[in-house]
Design a protein around this ligand. Sequence first.
Ligand SMILES: C[S@@+](CC[C@H](N)C(=O)[O-])C[C@H]1O[C@@H](n2cnc3c(N)ncnc32)[C@H](O)[C@@H]1O
Length: 205
Amino acid sequence: MVAAGFPLALVVTGVALPAWAWLIPLLILVVAYPRRGWSDAPLFPTPHDALRALPAVVPLREQAHVLDAGCGVGDGLMALRRAYPAVQLHGIEYSPILWLLARLRCAWAKVTRGDLWSQSWRDFDMVYLFQRPESMLRALDKALAEMPGDRWLVSLDFPLPGQAVHAQLETGSRHRLHVYRIQDLRRAGRERKNAQAFGGPVDKG
Ligand SMILES: C[S@@+](CC[C@H](N)C(=O)[O-])C[C@H]1O[C@@H](n2cnc3c(N)ncnc32)[C@H](O)[C@@H]1O
């Protein structure tokens, strides 16, 4: 906004514009980011090659179902497609404009508009997230409540708080991937509970 918006505003002030015209960028912002959309991450696209190393750690069968939860304009879906050309890709996005762009850019994926927290993750073999640190505890709870043990949760940049990773992958950019298997997360949770119940040391993973 500052880098592009301010110089643009300076240029445009030289042009005779009606006062209401300044509401247009505000309107675009409101449509792109409805009020509820601010509660999780804003748009930052996944670099297209960032997920290339993932199949070596998370091998998925053909036609496996993979969800990009909060798919933005589809860059995460494109990166997933590069990594897993044979899986079925799904995306969900809250912002109507971003959802529309993702649909247009990723016609081969099933992109729905909605809140990522209201959609069940039960039927997905892998859920990919690029959200923000504050969303990760909620993501952990949701994955544990809904996903079968042999499924995967993958997060770009933001780890699940207090959880041991299955793998951490460099992406060839400043981003890092955190890979979790649901059954490992469940087992670690049970072990922690047992350790607490019997007063033993608690391994925070
Ligand atoms: C950091 S961007 C990642 C976009 C995409 N996953 C990618 O990697 O290229 C986060 C996206 O999640 C969307 N988002 C945030 N909260 C959401 C929610 N509760 N439901 C659906 N989408 C959400 C934002 O609008 C934004 O497009």
